[in-house]
Design a protein around this ligand. Structure first.
Ligand SMILES: [Fe+2]
Ligand SMILES: [Fe+2]
Length: 205
């Protein structure tokens, strides 16, 4: 899929939720550069349009997991509405839309010589508010209506990755959120599957 196809699918999935405020979110994502941003500076999908592609992968993995979880445990249908999976997965990483700046970087080529390549620097200065919590705040500022479960799933989507850095109080919050809302674990699992399997690439040593 090219950048335009990814953007069109991303927007049509978001609009399919008919959620209050979704048009304002799309407008603000355009302004922030979300559709051009990479998903990372040097890991998964570190290329133009990578962030939207990653978000779409998380959404597809999330919807697939949702179907399978409901098939195995039907009462999960009440805890993971389809629109909640779409909103939380597509928008979990909007915090990254404004942090990557294009830069000429240096690396060694296969002959051991230094060469320039187009890469990205990370710059948090626009709104240094964190990660999942920043995504929730940016979306609320855009005027998006979200359920508590959606906000919790977006806020805590990093779970295992930032758990060691959290205070006892925040760890308690995370465990309570996971206990209250299975959507949290669904989005976190879909994010891991997307980044580590669908977008896997062998990194140079
Ligand atoms: Fe993230
Ligand atoms: Fe992500």
């Amino acid at each position: 899929m090219n950048i335009k196809e990814i953007k069109d699918e991303f927007i049509s999935l978001l609009k399919s939720t008919a959620r209050e405020g979704i048009d304002y979110v799309i407008e603000d994502l355009e302004k922030l550069g979300f559709f051009e941003a990479p998903a990372s500076s040097k890991h998964h999908l570190d290329c133009e349009g990578g962030l939207a592609a990653h978000s779409l992968n998380v959404c597809k993995a999330g919807l697939m997991l949702r179907e399978q979880m409901i098939a195995m445990k039907p009462e999960m249908k009440d805890y993971m509405p389809k629109n909640s999976v779409i909103i939380a997965s597509l928008l979990h990483d909007v915090c990254k839309a404004d942090i990557y700046k294009k830069a000429v970087k240096k690396r060694k080529n296969s002959y051991g010589n230094w060469e320039d390549y187009d890469g990205y620097d990370v710059d948090y200065s626009n709104f240094p508010m964190g990660h999942g919590e920043k995504s929730v705040i940016v979306l609320l500022l855009s005027g998006l209506e979200m359920t508590d479960d959606e906000m919790l799933a977006i806020r805590w989507h990093m779970t295992a990755w930032d758990l060691p850095f959290q205070s006892a109080e925040l760890k308690n919050c995370l465990n309570t959120a996971r206990n209250k809302s299975p959507l949290c674990s669904l989005i976190q699992s879909a994010d891991t599957i997307a980044a580590n399997i669908l977008e896997w690439k062998k990194e140079e040593e």
